[in-house]
Ligand binder design. Sequence first.
Ligand code: NAD
Length: 262
Amino acid sequence: MTSLAGKSAIVTGSTSGIGKGIAEALAKAGANVMLNGFGDAAEIETQRAALAASAKVKVAFHGADMAKPAEIRDLVASAGREFGRVDILVNNAGIQFVAPVEQFPEDRWDAIIAINLSSAFHATKAALPGMRQAGWGRVINIASAHGLVASADKSAYVAAKHGIVGLTKTVALETAGSGVTCVAICPGWVLTPLVQKQIDAKAAASGLSPEAAKAALLSEKQPSKEFATPEQIAETALFLCSRAADQITGSTIALDGGWLAQ
Ligand code: NAD
């Protein structure tokens, strides 16, 4: 098992879903972790304290709004002050909004591009100098199957996720040979609050039961008809931090139950 003892990580959007799973896995492997995301302050503090106690590492929290560049810079600086260095940056925070392009609200477009794409640029820019100095670093971008193919009614999300795959390749080229790698993980459907909202909307629009709407959502895109789990994505992130992954850079790794093979 990969040991990350002595290393430190930032996982954006780690108060829920995939980010939470990744933060837990990195902490359990020995890394100090900076959590980030929205939610109830008392619940976040309970999550932070429980992870610190169970993993026996330092776990901190920074409430940066990933739509705001100055707050993102402060998140990275504060992790550096807290832990001495940022070795692993997981750009995970993300939101979704579904509507045809003619009806897509401009403020939702701007928010999705800011949170799902530009935030990764700002965080990577702030974290890279320290990684280069250390001669080791990992930038792990949580893209999506929608980073490689499109679906109707998701213009902003698909544009942002294709963008983050492009950013991944560029950062990989600029850091090649420095000990820093940059990889995009492309999940298919993962049952998190982000997807539950889409299941609820499908059920409401079609009159299907929640279970039938879930099955319909899966069979439309994901041949395995099974969700990928936050734990599987977290283990993939952990693998990307291992020595085996030293030469994996600029690439995409899909956990999509066959979605992209079609
Ligand atoms: P989620 O809704 O469970 O978690 C999203 C996290 O991002 C939460 O912690 C939330 O507080 C945080 N967040 C949202 N807006 C923020 C902001 N402005 N500033 C700071 N934090 C903010 O969603 P999830 O499914 O775990 O999604 C995580 C990532 O995985 C996203 O980038 C998403 O696009 C991607 N993804 C999800 C799926 C899926 O099927 N669930 C598939 C592919 C990719």
